[in-house]
Design a protein around this ligand. Structure first.
Ligand SMILES: Cc1cc2nc3c(=O)[nH]c(=O)nc-3n(C[C@H](O)[C@H](O)[C@H](O)COP(=O)(O)OP(=O)(O)OC[C@H]3O[C@@H](n4cnc5c(N)ncnc54)[C@H](O)[C@@H]3O)c2cc1C
Length: 372
C-alpha cells in the first residue's frame, strides 16, 4: 500500500503549479530525539496530541554524528506503532558504515517505517568539518543511490533542499555592487555585519546536485528554514525550471526566543529581510511580545506561500513543542482537535501507560546489551 508521501507525490503529478487553493494547508511535524528520559516521555505525550491533528507525516531527526541514532530508530518505530501515523525517519552518513546503514534499513522496514529522509548529516559535535567514515558514504546522493539499489521503491525518500544555498556554499562578499540582482536577493547579513551570499554559480551547482538526488530516486524535498518568502519562491521556481518536479515542502521554524532565533539563523546563515529585522528590533527585549510577533510572522509567511499554490504542504520544525504550532495552525484556518472527549482522554491515559512500558523496556534492553 502506498504511504502518505507516495500518495502526495501521485496527487502532485500534473498539478498546475499556479493552482490557488481555498483549503487550509496540509502539514507535517518534525521533532528531534530528546536528551533526557523525562524529555522522551514528554515528547511521546506531545506527539500523541499532534498525531491527532492529521499530519501528513511525523518526522524525526537523526542526531548529529549519529549520537542519538538508536533513540531515533526506537522512537520512530514506536510513533508508527502507537500513533498509526506515517513516520519519516532521518538517516545520515555521519559516523556510519554501509553495513550499519544496511542494518538500520532492515530494522526500519521491520518496524513498518516506509519513509526515510536521506542526508549527509552535520559533523559530530565538536568538529567543524564533515568527513566521510571509512566504509561509509560521501554525501546524501550516495545514500539515496544505495537505498534505491537495495530497496527499489519500498522506501519513499526525502532529501534536504536549501533555498539560500547550503551553508558551505555561502561565502563572504567583498563588493556588493558587483553582485547580480539574484545574488543581491539572497544576500545575508550576519550579526557581526559580514555580508555573505551563495553566488549564482554556486547556486547552480547546488541545484544540479539537488536534481541529481531527485533523479537518483528522492521523491520529496524538505527545505532548510528560511524567513524570506521571496527567496523560497525563487528557489521553487528555479527547481521547476530545471526539471525538479517532486513536491517541495517549505521548512517552517516557529520562533521561540530572540536569542534562539539569532543563534539558529547565524548557524544556518539565514537571510533576514530588512523589514523583518526592523519589526523584530522593536520586540526583541520582551519575550512574550517576541513570541507573539513570531507567530504573526510565521502565519504571514505560511499564508503567502500557501496562496501561491506551489507547495502541497508545510513542514513545521516543531522544536518538540506543540502550543506555538497549534496557534499557527489555528490562524491558518485549521481546527485543532482538543482531545477533550471521554474517548480521547481514555486514549491519552493508554498512551501514557504505553510510554511508561516502552521506556522501561528500552532501559532493560540497554542493561542487557551492557551486560552481554
Ligand atoms: C530538512 C533537513 C533535515 C535535516 N536533518 C538532519 C538530521 O536529521 N541530522 C543531521 O545530522 N543533520 C540534519 N540536517 C542538516 C544536514 O545534515 C546538513 O545541512 C549537512 O551539512 C548537509 O546534509 P545534506 O543531506 O543536505 O547533504 P548533501 O545533499 O550531501 O549536500 C551537502 C553539500 O555538499 C554538496 N555536495 C555534496 N556531495 C556532492 C557531490 N557529490 N557533488 C556535488 N556537490 C556535492 C552539496 O551541493 C551541498 O552543498 C538537516 C537539514 C535539512 C535541511
Amino acid at each position: 500500500m502506498p504511504n502518505t508521501i507516495q500518495i502526495l507525490n501521485k496527487a502532485w503529478e500534473g498539478v498546475d503549479p499556479a493552482m490557488v487553493t481555498d483549503e487550509p494547508p496540509k502539514f507535517s511535524f518534525e521533532y528531534f530525539p530528546p536528551k533526557t528520559e523525562k524529555g522522551i516521555e514528554n515528547l511521546y505525550n506531545k506527539v500523541y496530541r499532534m498525531s491527532r491533528q492529521n499530519p501528513l507525516f511525523l518526522d524525526l531527526t537523526w542526531g548529529a554524528g549519529g549520537s542519538t541514532s538508536e533513540l531515533t530508530m526506537q522512537m520512530s518505530k514506536n510513533f508508527k506503532k502507537m500513533f498509526n501515523c506515517e513516520v519519516n525517519m532521518h538517516l545520515t552518513c555521519t559516523n556510519i558504515t554501509e553495513s550499519s546503514v544496511k542494518d538500520a534499513l532492515v530494522e526500519a522496514k521491520e518496524g513498518d517505517i516506509t519513509s526515510i529522509c536521506a542526508l549527509r548529516g552535520d559533523p559530530p559535535v565538536g568538529q567543524d568539518k564533515w568527513a566521510a567514515t571509512d566504509g561509509g558514504f560521501n554525501c546524501a546522493l550516495d545514500l539515496v543511490k544505495f537505498i534505491k539499489s537495495e530497496y527499489g521503491d519500498f522506501f519513499s525518500l526525502a532529501v534536504a533542499g536549501y533555498p539560500e544555498g547550503h551553508p558551505n556554499a555561502i561565502t563572504e562578499v567583498t563588493d556588493v555592487e558587483a553582485l547580480s540582482e539574484t545574488e543581491k536577493s539572497r544576500l545575508i547579513k550576519l550579526a557581526d555585519g559580514k555580508l555573505m551570499v551563495c553566488t549564482d554559480k554556486s547556486f547552480k551547482t547546488e541545484l544540479d546536485y539537488l536534481k541529481a538526488k531527485v533523479d537518483a530516486g528522492a521523491n520529496l524535498i524538505l527545505t532548510q528554514l528560511f524567513y524570506d518568502v521571496d527567496v523560497f519562491l525563487a528557489f521553487v521556481k528555479a527547481c521547476r525550471e530545471m526539471g525538479i518536479k517532486c513536491p517541495i515542502l517549505p521548512g517552517i521554524m516557529p520562533l521561540a526566543t530572540y536569542q534562539g532565533f539569532k543563534r539558529m539563523t547565524g548557524f544556518c546563515r539565514t537571510r533576514i529581510p530588512d523589514e523583518v529585522a526592523e519589526e523584530m528590533e522593536a520586540v526583541k527585549d520582551d519575550d512574550a511580545e517576541f513570541k507573539k510577533y513570531g507567530i504573526e510572522l510565521v502565519v504571514r509567511m505560511c499564508k503567502r506561500i500557501w496562496a501561491t499554490g506551489t507547495v502541497p504542504a508545510l513542514h513545521f520544525y516543531c522544536l518538540n513543542q506543540y502550543d506555538t504550532v497549534f496557534k499557527i495552525l489555528t490562524a491558518l484556518g485549521i481546527e485543532i482537535n482538543k482531545l477533550d472527549s471521554e474517548e480521547e482522554r481514555a486514549a491519552i491515559d493508554k498512551v501514557k501507560e504505553l510510554v511508561k512500558q516502552t521506556l522501561k523496556e528500552e532501559k532493560e534492553g540497554k542493561e542487557e546489551k551492557k551486560q552481554a
